[in-house]
Design a protein around this ligand. Structure first.
Ligand SMILES: [Zn+2]
Length: 203
C-alpha cells in the first residue's frame, strides 16, 4: 500500500493553519510585524476612556471593562464582573478548538468583592420558611433566567432544563410574557447577584 501523500496527510490533533489577523502586515517587512502586535498598555488606556457607568446587560451580558478601568457597575440581571469574571468571553465551541487557542478558561469568583462607593450592595431576599428556591435536579438557585410556566406553578431551570414544582409560599402570577408580575420586588428575579437568608441544613 502506498503511504499517503504528505500533501493530503492530516493530523487530527494539529491546529488549523493560523489566519492572518492583520491584513496590513507585509511578509517582506518582518520588522513591522512587531508594530502590529497588540500593545497591552494601549489597550488598557483605550479601555480606561470607556470608564464610568457600566450596565451588565440582560439577557446578554455586556463585555466587562478591564479591572484597571474605574467603573460604576449596575446589575441588570447578569452579575457584576466584580463578583464573577471569566478569562474568556468568546468561548470556543469545542474542547478541541479551545486546546488550539492555548488560552486558560476559568472563572474567578469573588462573592465578597469590595464595591465602588457609588454601587449598590446586593439586595437581600427572603424566601420564607421554605428556604431558597432551587432547581430540584441540579440545585441551581433562583435567578432571572429561570422561566415560569403552568401559570406560575412550574419553574424551568436554564442550566439543566428540568422543571421544578413551585411551592405554595413562592407562587406568583404571571403576565402575558410569562414573567412574574412581582419580579421587580424579588431581587432573585431581576438581579444577577443577591443576598439571601440561609435556613436549614440545605441552603
Ligand atoms: Zn437545574
Amino acid at each position: 500500500m502506498r503511504p499517503p501523500s504528505p500533501k493530503i496527510r492530516r493530523h487530527s490533533n494539529s491546529p488549523p493553519p493560523a489566519k492572518k489577523i492583520y491584513s496590513n502586515t507585509s511578509p517582506r517587512k518582518s520588522s513591522n510585524a512587531v508594530e502590529n502586535f497588540v500593545n497591552p498598555i494601549q489597550v488598557l488606556e483605550e479601555d480606561a476612556q470607556k470608564g464610568g457607568a457600566f450596565k451588565t446587560g440582560y439577557p446578554f451580558a455586556q463585555l466587562p471593562r478591564f479591572v484597571s478601568t474605574p467603573t460604576v457597575v449596575e446589575d441588570e440581571g447578569n452579575c457584576s464582573p466584580r463578583f464573577m469574571r471569566s478569562t474568556l468571553y468568546h468561548v470556543p465551541r469545542t474542547s478541541e478548538v479551545h486546546r488550539w487557542t492555548r488560552l486558560p478558561f476559568a472563572v474567578a469568583i469573588t462573592p465578597l468583592a469590595a464595591l465602588n462607593e457609588h454601587e449598590t450592595e446586593p439586595l437581600l431576599t427572603d424566601f420564607g420558611p421554605g428556604g431558597p428556591v432551587r432547581c430540584k435536579r441540579c440545585d441551581a438557585y433562583s435567578c432571572p433566567f429561570m422561566e415560569f410556566e403552568d401559570e406560575g406553578w412550574s419553574l424551568l431551570c436554564p442550566f439543566c432544563h428540568n422543571y421544578t414544582e413551585v411551592r405554595d409560599d413562592y407562587h406568583g402570577h404571571l403576565d402575558s410574557n410569562k414573567k412574574r408580575i412581582d419580579r421587580n420586588k424579588r431581587p432573585e428575579l431581576f438581579l444577577g447577584a443577591y443576598e439571601m437568608f440561609a435556613l436549614g441544613e440545605k441552603v
